[in-house]
Design a protein around this ligand. Structure first.
Ligand code: GTP
Ligand code: MG
Length: 300
């Protein structure tokens, strides 16, 4: 980066919005070139707004990854996630509205409706085009979607294979307002190591569990002690019921052990030392529908 001749003339915030599971966080990581936001095959993975900062020669793009907007607002947690996504729409300079090339759903219409509240340029990004068996399906899809909104651009991509993502970045940079450099050029995210560690553990947990479990768990870092050789981390996995605790721990502790090993490997790369990770599973009844509990677990 030091070699780079930086002279920022444009900067701004770019919200990545869409229903759950369309690939928003995958796109963020692809554009930044590092993993700054966790991803998974299950919907409702992202729960916070997470910045990804991309410094180009003349522009600084600050992407905002958001929770997928969804219909089911039964629990306070779901209302919290939708609230974040809605508020980001109003704060951003440019909006990337992401959909899945293989399916258009009611929740996409819901997001589209929200976008009417914005006066900012909206780019429609059609993701997962690698999954289209017949590329001929793309044109009719674009034709159908282009009448739904006055999009600044419609760009088909594959976030997974980085297809057409450079073109997307170029178009985004062109839409940014004039503005100064807002973050140091070597900063990639606004989130600290503690947050990233909790998210890595949560990602491995989501990947190792089925059905409703991912939605009723959260991770809290209790302590981090670091020296040059080793980082000791103690973390709590919060669940809502005894049955969930039993599932996460698994037979003779096998599932929890697997989650711990996978998380530790990735955390070691992040912190650059050996890691000693201790995980506990604890119960906080109904925490996903309890505003006070949510707040104390970092959802505010
Ligand atoms: N085939 C294919 N899969 C993709 C692509 N982009 C993302 N995925 C997959 O889609 C799933 C969801 O990706 P995420 O990036 O977690 O989706 P998200 O929109 O951030 O989801 P939420 O955080 O739940 O709103 C993951 O299994 C990704 O690997 C793509 O371009 N092609
Ligand atoms: Mg996500």
């Amino acid at each position: 980066m030091n070699e780079m001749n930086i002279n920022i003339k444009n900067s701004g915030f770019v919200a990545i919005i869409g229903r759950p599971n369309v690939g928003k966080s995958t796109l963020l990581n692809c554009l930044i070139g590092e993993k700054v936001s966790i991803t998974s095959p299950k919907p409702q993975t992202t729960r916070w707004q997470i910045l990804g900062i991309k410094t180009l020669h003349h522009a600084q793009i600050i992407y905002i990854d958001t929770p997928g907007m969804h219909r089911d607002e039964k629990r306070a947690m779901n209302r919290y996630m939708n609230r974040i996504a809605s508020s980001v729409i109003l704060d951003a300079d440019v909006i990337v509205f992401m959909v899945d090339a293989t399916s258009w759903r009611g929740e996409d219409e819901m997001v589209l409706k929200k976008l009417q509240e914005s006066t900012k340029p909206v780019i429609l990004v059609i993701n997962k085009i690698d999954l289209l068996k017949d590329k001929g399906e793309l044109l009719p899809l674009i034709d159908k979607l282009k009448d739904k909104f006055n999009f600044a651009h419609i760009i088909p991509i594959s976030a997974m294979d980085a297809v057409n993502t450079k073109h997307l970045e170029d178009e985004i940079a062109r839409l940014l307002p004039e503005g100064p450099q807002l973050y140091p050029e070597d900063q990639l995210t606004d989130r600290n190591v503690r947050f990233q560690i909790a998210e890595i553990i949560r990602e491995k947990l989501i990947q190792a569990t089925e059905e409703e479990l991912p939605y009723t768990t959260t991770v809290e870092i209790e302590q981090i002690n670091q020296n040059e050789k080793i980082t000791e981390i103690g973390a709590v996995i919060w669940v809502e019921r005894q049955g969930q605790k039993i599932i996460i721990i698994g037979k003779k502790g096998a599932r929890l052990k697997k989650i711990g090993i996978q998380a530790r490997r990735e955390i070691e790369k992040l912190v650059g030392t050996k890691v000693f990770l201790r995980l506990w599973v604890k119960i906080k009844e109904n925490w996903t529908d309890d505003d006070k509990a949510l707040k104390s677990l970092g959802y505010e």
